[in-house]
Write a protein that binds this ligand. Structure first.
Ligand code: FMN
Length: 250
């Protein structure tokens, strides 16, 4: 957990890769880690598969030797669950000095691979050895909103800062935190109809990513975390935001 926490402060998206494949033992260690990542909602069925560059269709020019795809059943909170799970992998890879990048536009080239065992392809992460600097030296290298733009949690600065540094699609950072040290609500920015066409799904994945950072920071502080959707918290959303999830820290 300590190494994932440290990754939060040094990771970055890697978009240039050494195209030689990772060593088989490194790859199998990664697959082993992936098969054990913690879900946000344990009842949601998910699965993972691995692709190489020739089997991926990506309109943007990020090419890597490996890609991990996540599949899920489409039930309530599945997008947050996917973000929560795959962000653990992003942080793990960074801790292992392997580059990675979330790809919101990429899809398996073979249309048949958009489905697997009754689940749908949701999103993928590119990964491999980096052909550019792998880590940020300090927090000042992150382009992120200020603390007061993403939350009002003065008591748990460290947890809020871990959320603040989370990656998000087009770096939109659509989250806002309210609550107390024991009970934190996360909200998502409301989108206009045009933006929603592209970002409605990605922003829900982003919230799952932020919850992953919240979870790792809370565990690092010796807290356990339980996630729940509480209808009574819906009215805690500030203007322009929609309530998504509550984290109970104990
Ligand atoms: C859900 C999601 C989708 C993303 N899709 C892409 C993408 O298609 N192409 C890309 O180059 N980067 C993509 N990114 C990376 C973001 O642009 C990046 O995380 C953000 O700008 C912050 O930069 P950092 O990750 O280096 O801290 C995506 C990130 C997330 C979380």
């Amino acid at each position: 957990m300590k190494e994932l926490y440290n990754s939060i402060f040094h990771r970055k998206s890697i978009r240039k890769y050494d195209m030689s494949p990772l060593q088989p033992d490194v790859l199998s260690e990664i697959k082993q880690y992936v098969s054990n990542v913690k879900p946000l909602v344990p009842t949601i069925k998910v699965d993972f598969s691995y692709l190489t560059a020739e089997n991926v269709k990506n309109p943007l020019p990020v090419k890597a030797p490996h890609y991990i795809c996540i599949y899920s059943e489409k039930v309530e909170h599945y997008l947050m669950n996917v973000g929560f799970m795959l962000q653990q992998v992003d942080l793990y890879l960074s801790a292992k000095s392997i580059g990675s990048c979330w790809l919101g536009m990429a899809k398996p080239a073979n249309g048949a691979l958009l489905k697997m065992n009754g689940m749908d392809f949701v999103i993928m992460l590119a990964f491999g050895n980096a052909a550019e600097p792998l880590h940020r030296a300090s927090i000042s290298e992150f382009k992120r909103k200020a603390q007061n733009e993403i939350g009002a949690l003065s008591e748990v600065f460290d947890i809020q800062d871990a959320v603040r540094l989370a990656p998000s699609a087009t770096n939109s950072q659509p989250w806002f935190l309210t609550g107390s040290a024991e009970r934190i609500q996360i909200h998502r920015v409301k989108l206009g109809t045009v933006k929603a066409i592209i970002y409605d799904k990605l922003n829900q994945i982003d919230i799952g990513i932020a919850l992953c950072h919240l979870y790792i920071a809370a565990m690092e502080k010796g807290k356990n975390v339980e996630f729940l959707y509480d209808k009574n918290d819906e009215d805690k959303a500030p203007k322009g935001y929609e309530y998504m999830m509550t984290a109970v820290l104990y």
